[in-house]
Design a binder for this molecule. Structure first.
Ligand code: ATP
Ligand code: MG
Length: 559
């Protein structure tokens, strides 16, 4: 659908309303704020497409901001991976920022809050603080340290910063309202002591600001106008605003937090914490395992940036959490690769065909169209000879009239080549067909212009010439989990629902034209599906990933 004809989503309405009531368009600014504690996944793609999409739509800058306030879980490896993934999706950020760039500013503001009696050092253990929080219906209780003097607070906070205390000995809390109906407003923690080196600030700091204190102030420092986050932060909005009001200069833009629904994908998990478990427990081979719903896993599997962006735009932005069926994502990659992927022939379950009336010492080339979707068609040469492979499932000794493939006495066309007729099935001792003897019609070659070349037969099969084919490894994937929502099964761990057959490695035979292809290149194996070349490929052995089948094999199960 063209962008103009698509109705605005509720986020765009918020922006349009702000513009109508006088917010200057040139002040629009957005950000995508990942925490570098894991690799980006398909859920993040929605947030990336939302924020960078708005940047494109309103010609406004979008920052990439790392929310790096927890050195216990964050690493440079994740920062690098996140940048790679956002860039691969095709987005350019205006500035690369880090919450850790603002540690000093945040500290200075915290000191100001202490001076204004709006923050205090609490020296209780975390359990006591949690107990005093109350419940949604019962107000909290004041900490015995709530009314410490400004001087004492300043001194303690300074000592916290100077590393005089062990991790967890004290915290800095905002002094707001222990009876607020919003529990997050009951004197939330702003700082904690953590003696841990940070991937950027190293050991400069041993106190680290909490998310709520950091996020809004970072938005403000960067003059982000609209700060979009997922629904679980809806209750945090009051606190986001309270923290901003403490520091805001009325001449500057006050960022506005608005929430949208998290996107969940069926038959997988989209939570960095759970994905990390899959990696750490060796269930998958790393964050970019092609079965992972990470951007890097999808890329390795053969997904394209456009397929992911089109998926994100199709599902759009919602106000309520919901589950998107993974087949919709597969639909989009199929649609995109149909346009982009050159066609080749590859056989995955080979059955040998011998064309008995084709000369033994001969070979020839047939012409094959690379992609019928191309505006200007291009062609390649495919070798043909007396001994070929076809798919096992394309041959039956006997079959009814609806079987349009090869059966004894029947004819099919070999794609781009000749019409053949099956004459005899050769079997092993157990009665399995191991070879089919056929004859061919020498005048029927596709494109040769003879009347025989125009002759219509019902079935067309793909094939490879045995002597020319390249033997390759093919990795076929299935859903990683057997149920749509593995992490929402009452009382069960999501790992109990792993699909034991999510990876199937087989040998395949492909036409020799792939020999020059590079890692990442996409192909359609005709009649089978889309494949790409995996990074595990070596000059000796090419490895293909199956991205997706040609049809949705889950939705259309033959009844
Ligand atoms: P996770 O639970 O996977 O760790 P997160 O929300 O903690 O996710 P962040 O790195 O904090 O991950 O997320 C960066 C941005 O992406 C945030 O604005 C967040 O709200 C958004 N986001 C994360 N997961 C999803 C999702 N499933 N759907 C839409 N947006 C998401
Ligand atoms: Mg987070």
């Amino acid at each position: 659908m063209a962008e103009e004809t698509k109705s605005l989503n509720f986020i765009e309405h918020i922006i349009e309303d702000d513009l109508k009531t006088g917010f200057p368009k040139e002040n629009l600014r957005f950000r995508f704020p990942p925490e570098p504690n894991g690799y980006l996944h398909i859920g993040h793609a929605s947030s990336i497409c939302l924020n960078f999409g708005l940047g494109e739509k309103y010609n406004a800058p979008v920052n990439l901001r790392f929310d790096d306030t927890n050195p216990a879980k964050e690493e440079q490896e994740y920062v690098d991976a996140i940048k790679r993934d956002v860039a691969w999706l095709g987005y350019e950020w205006d500035e690369e920022r880090y919450a850790s760039d603002y540690f000093q500013q945040l500290y200075d503001w915290a000191v100001e809050l202490i001076k204004q009696r709006k923050a205090y050092v609490d020296s209780q253990p975390s359990e006591a603080i949690a107990e005093q929080k109350g419940t949604p219906t019962k107000p909290g209780t004041d900490s015995p340290y709530r009314n410490r003097s400004v001087e004492e607070n300043l001194e303690l906070f300074q000592q916290m910063k100077d590393g005089k205390f062990d991790s967890g000995a004290h915290v800095l809390r905002a002094k707001i309202d222990m009876a607020s109906s919003n529990m997050l407003m009951r004197d939330p923690i702003m700082y904690r002591i953590l003696h841990k080196a940070h991937h950027r600030t190293n050991t400069d700091w041993c106190i680290y600001p909490m998310y709520d204190w950091t996020h809004g102030e970072s938005d403000y420092i960067e003059q982000v106008s609209h700060s979009f986050c997922t629904l679980e932060f809806a209750m945090h909005r009051e606190l986001y605003n309270w923290f901003l009001e403490q520091v805001i200069d009325s001449k500057k833009v006050q960022p506005k937090q608005r929430e949208f629904a998290r996107r969940n994908l069926s038959h997988t998990v989209v939570s960095k914490r759970k994905l990390l478990r899959l990696v750490e427990e060796g269930v998958v081979n790393g964050w970019d395992d092609p079965r992972m719903p990470t951007i890097s896993g999808l890329r390795r599997r053969g997904y394209t940036p456009d397929s992911i962006k089109n998926f994100a735009h199709t599902i759009g932005i919602a106000k309520r959490d919901n589950l998107i069926d993974v087949s919709l994502l597969e639909f989009h990659v199929r649609e995109d690769l149909n346009k982009k992927a050159p066609r080749i022939m590859g056989v995955l379950n080979p059955l040998k065909v011998v064309i008995t009336n084709y000369p033994e010492d001969t070979e020839e080339y047939v012409e094959a169209e690379n992609n019928p979707e191309e505006e200007v068609p291009t062609f390649r040469e495919v070798p043909f000879s007396r001994e070929l492979y076809i798919e096992q499932e394309d041959f039956r000794e006997e079959a009814n009239r609806k079987f349009f493939r090869l059966k004894l006495g029947g004819e099919v066309r070999l794609k781009n080549a000749y019409i053949i007729k099956a004459e005899k099935a050769i079997k092993d001792d157990e009665g399995n067909v191991i070879e089919v003897h056929c004859t061919y019609d020498p005048l029927s070659k596709s494109g040769s212009g003879t009347p025989e070349s125009q002759r219509k037969v019902k079935g067309t099969l793909h094939w490879v010439s045995i002597k020319h084919a390249k033997e390759v490894e093919v990795r076929e994937y299935d859903r990683l989990f057997t149920v749509p929502e593995p992490d929402r099964q009452e009382g069960k761990d999501f790992l109990e629902f792993l699909n034991p057959d999510s990876l199937n490695v087989i040998k395949g035979y492909v036409e020799p034209s792939v020999a020059d292809a590079k890692i990442g290149d996409h192909f359609q194996f005709q009649r089978i599906g889309y494949f790409n070349i995996d990074k595990d490929s070596t000059p000796e052995k090419m490895v293909f990933n199956k991205t997706v089948g040609l049809r949705d094999s889950w939705a259309k199960i033959d009844k």
